[in-house]
Write a protein that binds this ligand. Structure first.
Ligand code: ZN
Ligand code: ZN
Length: 244
């Protein structure tokens, strides 16, 4: 029997033990009470235990992708959970946010474990899981015109070489998400050394409108990295929302 400690109950255990023999005298209940009772007291809550805790609070992990661990998930085995992570062929140390296969409205990076030419930055407003499955389908079908699909059909490559990492989410608009995608393309140089065809939103608007990058389709080289960075730095001061 366990009681919360109370000075009024201090004398309770003595009669419990002393009078136990009378319970044993009754043949109808004797079998129910084979052992004498044990009494114990636990400490009731006090001001200190109510206000403090001996356990240190565990802060939620602030970095690193995580697997969703759903039984039928087809993304978990591809997702990179390393923190920090350095994409192949680069020296950029990435500390990804705590996102999972279930995240949506994301910018992501695909990397190849077989070589350092398979980096690809993409973005999607819907679930990452859907977009990733589309990439896998282009690999299975070896869809012509899809750089990701074609890369994993190169000699020595297969679907198991495909890994992914989520770089950011919670973008407040499609444009801000695409700005972030372009920032990562530039940072990781995936439009030159990887599988991105162009610079994303820069190619859509800026250089086309300024007439500086139209020749890309005819095989012209993309604008030099430093020139693009300079553009971004200039633009950043005018439009704070460009980077997130
Ligand atoms: Zn998963
Ligand atoms: Zn590769």
């Amino acid at each position: 029997m366990v009681f919360e400690f109370n000075y009024k109950l201090t004398k309770l255990s003595r009669p419990l033990v002393k009078d136990f023999k009378y319970l044993r005298l009754d043949p109808s209940i004797r079998d129910l009470f084979s052992d004498p009772p044990l009494s114990a007291r636990r400490q009731p809550p006090n001001l200190r235990s109510l206000l403090t805790s001996s356990r240190l609070p565990q802060p939620p992990a602030s970095h690193g992708n995580r697997t969703c661990n759903k039984r039928r998930c087809q993304v978990c085995k591809h997702i990179i959970t390393d923190v920090p992570f350095i994409p192949p062929g680069t020296t950029t140390k990435i500390r990804p946010p705590p996102l999972t296969c279930d995240s949506s409205n994301v910018v992501y990076l695909l990397v190849c474990t077989r070589c350092d030419r398979g980096n690809y930055v993409g973005e999607t407003g819907s679930k990452f899981r859907l977009r990733f499955n589309n990439h896998k389908q282009t690999i299975r079908d070896n869809t012509q015109g899809f750089t990701v699909g074609q890369h994993y059909n190169l000699p020595g490559h297969d679907l198991n070489d495909l890994k992914c990492i989520l770089l950011g989410s919670s973008f407040t608009s499609q444009q801000i998400r695409r700005n972030s995608e372009t920032k990562w393309v530039l940072t990781l140089n995936t439009h030159i050394a990887g599988l991105n065809r162009d610079l994303g939103i820069i190619s859509d608007y800026t250089f086309h409108n300024r007439g500086g990058f139209r020749g890309e389709a005819q095989g012209a080289r993309p604008p030099p990295f430093q020139k693009i960075l300079k553009f971004f730095q200039l633009h950043k001061t005018k439009d704070k929302a460009l980077f997130q």
